[in-house]
Design a protein around this ligand. Structure first.
Ligand SMILES: NC(=O)c1ccc[n+]([C@@H]2O[C@H](COP(=O)([O-])OP(=O)(O)OC[C@H]3O[C@@H](n4cnc5c(N)ncnc54)[C@H](OP(=O)(O)O)[C@@H]3O)[C@@H](O)[C@H]2O)c1
Length: 271
């Protein structure tokens, strides 16, 4: 059995579907029950309260772990006590490029490496699904407002992350590896808005926001240090954040999905 934390999210939801389709028994963990998938056991649990996760881990052989809560060591100990031998951590590229700003993810990485379990760390860059933040204005008046409109970054499709997670959870040969996961090419916010327009077969207008406007919007749903680190990456990425990584292709044997592909599959959110 494989335990998937964050099981109702963009990555976790797809991962649960892939593992189940491959015939794996899955225990899906999140704080709120999502839409249940046939045959999947859901465990309502909070990574911030490791004691409540004990039952979820009983009889599990592998764990897909999210960076959430403040006690990764207690979560990993509970997992090992339940039988888990392998952990795949969904960290963040920022743990490598900006360890100070991403101390939370860096702390989880450290705990995973020291856990005594066979570990694999996934370090994704920004997700294609972050464009869902634009869905409201695209639906209402076919516009997107974002900062740093011409700064290109290789956004990664959460479906590729789920596929890489499924492989590394189920197959040998990925132990002790840290994978940088990106899309196949860097695209700017302006180009991503145009790709959504292309999938809608209509024009989507792009308006450049000032960093201050963007900051005010982001502060409504993200803590301040995360907002500052995100704005720094979006506006002034270092070379390692601009770079297309070969790791999705290395693990999956095919190129990563494009942003246009993500937009086409998720276009219902923008109609
Ligand atoms: N978006 C990006 O650009 C980006 C880049 C790099 C890394 N990441 C990392 O990727 C992770 C997953 O992204 P996503 O888009 O799949 O997330 P998402 O769609 O927001 O889903 C998050 C999932 O985690 C669960 N969750 C959140 N806090 C939890 C907790 N304390 N205990 C147990 N479950 C919890 C949520 O369910 P409940 O709320 O019901 O618990 C949900 O199932 C993010 O959390 C972030 O650390 C994201």
């Amino acid at each position: 059995m494989i335990v998937v934390t964050g099981a109702t999210g963009n990555v976790g939801g797809e991962l649960v579907r892939l593992l189940t389709a491959a015939g794996e028994q899955v225990t899906a963990v999140s704080r709120n029950a999502g839409t249940p998938l046939a045959g999947v056991r859901h465990h309502r649990g909070d990574l911030g309260e490791p004691a409540g996760l004990k039952d979820a881990f009983t009889g599990a052989r592998a764990l897909f772990l999210l960076v959430a809560g403040q006690e990764p060591r207690a979560v990993l100990d509970a997992a090992a006590a339940g039988g888990v031998r392998r952990v795949v951590l969904l960290s963040s590229q920022g743990a490598g490029t900006r360890p100070h700003a991403y101390a939370h993810a860096a702390d989880f990485e450290h705990a995973v490496r020291e856990s005594g379990l066979a570990w694999t760390i996934l370090r994704p860059g920004g997700f294609a699904s972050n464009a869902l933040a634009w869905a409201g204005t695209v639906r209402a008046h076919r516009t997107v407002a974002a900062p740093f409109g011409d700064v290109a970054l290789p956004a990664v499709d959460p479906a590729d992350l789920a596929e890489v997670a499924a492989v590394t959870l189920r197959e040998d040969g990925h132990e002790g590896r840290t994978y940088e996961l990106t899309g196949p090419r860097a695209t700017s916010p302006r180009e991503r808005a145009a790709a959504i327009g292309a999938a809608l077969e209509t024009e989507v207008r792009f308006t450049e926001q000032s960093p201050e406007e963007a900051r005010a919007g982001m502060l409504m749903f993200m803590p301040e240090p995360v907002v500052e680190a995100t704005l720094a990456i979006l506006g002034n990425p270092v070379e390692a954040e601009r770079r297309v990584s070969p790791d999705v292709e290395r693990v999956l044997g095919r190129a990563p999905r494009t942003f246009g592909d993500w937009a086409a599959r998720n276009i219902a959110a923008f109609r």
